[in-house]
Ligand binder design. Structure first.
Ligand code: TA6
Length: 293
């Protein structure tokens, strides 16, 4: 672990709960925590605002286990896979700090790197390098760069599986996906159409929207804010709330936490699986910002 990558008084490599190393970034614009485990952004608070990200009080912070909340980095597959970790291995891998800079405007940019080890190669053929760039300012920007360093086409799925903090999901709407097609994870992956209206939550919701490049807006009257989720390099958006029964079934998620979160995830899944030519690279980028209402 390279402890040289620090900015005194701004960004330091500290130790989080359960002893996992994490960058703690504190500036007049915002504060954030980013674990080397999974390159996982666990905390983001713009100055004078409520936290933007949800983190379960029951989350585990240990090698080999995903963190439940914040922004899991999903690669190279989305969803369950018999005999393999759900949502791929990137979010349970140890990433390496590559660079840390502060821009003239005060934003801090941390870049982390992941290359395949033998286990990863066995689980997913191909040669690749990931760079994950996090820019902490009044907005939070995350860029997952996937470079195909091999001689064969690289197929992969990715999402930035962001858990947003809301006051009560029953009063929240998500707009931006009107008219888009989605696979309904709760109805045998049937392909459906989102009506020309925002998404509202009246039960477990688990939808994989495809062929959509739209920004999404989470309207949260309870916290008197909207969260804008802008994206590029992403054709898919996943929307998820586990509601009551699924929350009880997740040991690393509190039974009564479901009203306070919604996942709106930017990436490329199913029909939008990435195909990256040898030597090429793809960047999936998402920018999170808040507006008062
Ligand atoms: O992104 C939604 C989803 O695919 C849901 O089906 C749910 O399983 C969620 O991801 C969490 O998955 P995880 O493997 O982190 O428990």
């Amino acid at each position: 672990m390279d402890t040289q990558l620090e900015i005194p008084g701004v960004a330091r490599l500290a130790t989080g709960p359960c002893g996992l190393p994490r960058y703690e970034i504190t500036t007049p614009l915002a504060e954030a925590h980013i674990y080397l485990h999974g390159a996982h952004v666990s905390h983001f608070v713009p100055a004078r605002q409520a936290p933007v990200l949800f983190m379960s009080s029951q989350s585990q912070f240990q090698p080999g286990r995903p963190i439940r909340g914040g922004v899991p980095v999903i690669f190279p597959w989305f969803g369950p896979r018999e005999g393999f970790p759900s949502h791929g291995f990137a979010r349970i891998s140890s990433w390496t700090p590559e660079s840390l800079v502060q821009k003239p405007g005060g934003e801090v940019v941390l870049t982390l790197r992941l290359e395949p080890d033998d286990k990863a190669r066995a689980e997913w053929p191909g040669s690749w390098v990931l760079h994950f760039r996090v820019t902490v300012g009044t907005a939070l920007t995350m860029e997952l760069e996937i470079e195909n360093t091999g001689s064969e086409l690289l197929r992969a799925q990715d999402t930035l599986h962001t858990y947003f903090l809301v006051q009560d999901v029953r009063n929240v709407s998500v707009s931006g996906l009107e008219g888009a097609e989605y696979y309904d994870q709760l109805d045998r992956m049937q392909l459906k159409h989102q009506p020309a209206e925002p998404i509202r939550f009246t039960g477990e919701t688990d939808r994989d929207y495809i062929n959509t490049t739209s920004a999404c807006v989470i309207e949260d009257p309870g916290l008197r804010r909207r969260i804008v989720v802008e994206k590029s390099g992403s054709q898919s958006t996943v929307v998820w709330n586990p509601w009551i029964a699924k929350s009880k079934a997740m040991p690393d998620f509190g039974d009564n936490e479901w009203p306070h979160m919604v996942c709106v995830e930017s990436g490329n899944v199913f029909d939008n699986t990435l195909e990256i030519a040898p030597g090429a690279r793809h960047i999936s980028r998402t920018l999170l910002r808040t507006e008062p209402i």
